[in-house]
Design a binder for this molecule. Sequence first.
Ligand SMILES: [Fe+2]
Length: 222
Amino acid sequence: MKTITDQEIQIIKDLHNKYVIKGPFNEAFTDLIWTHSMIVADIAEQIANDLIKQHNITVDLDLLSTGALLHDIGAYQTFDASLHPTTDYIQHGVLGYKILISEGYEEKIARFAQCHTGVGLTKDNIHINHLPLPEEDLIPITLEEELVCYADNFHTKSPTFCEYDKIESDLKKSHEENSARLSYMVRKFGIPDLREIKKKYATWHMKVNALKEKYADQLASL
Ligand SMILES: [Fe+2]
């Protein structure tokens, strides 16, 4: 359950609509990124509520939901019209940061976009892998940023949910430092129980996957 109002959610959704690539599938595309963001928000909120219950700690739930719903706002610019990620996809976090700052959002909100890729990208990782990104640490710092970054690993824009073992093996391939960062996060947050969230979005996943199948030829030829 989000603590931000429906009106606040609608304002964020309108921003998604503003940045979607215009084309025959723009509605489906916004739906994909938007619902993925809602799912990430649900996962992050579930982990946060467990932390609050178990340890009586403070989490800014408004900030958490807002950050989760905006973290992928830069993704629209890094997909082609066939809804496939381009080579610029790695830049969607920094692009999102620029969009959010230009739209008047505070640094503490814009940072959710900037630092959510994988388990965060270190300066070393960016340098060694020659990533087309500024050579600086793009890593989550606040608890809320860490929660969104961690939660984002459990759902892809394919769209599908991911199991922890798969996340771990994929992250290991990209940079050894990632395993340590993921271990730190799983010790801190645990592995979320996704059963209820999977049920909640089961019909949506079936709808999107049926659409992808139905328009497979058109999507491939765009
Ligand atoms: Fe995401």
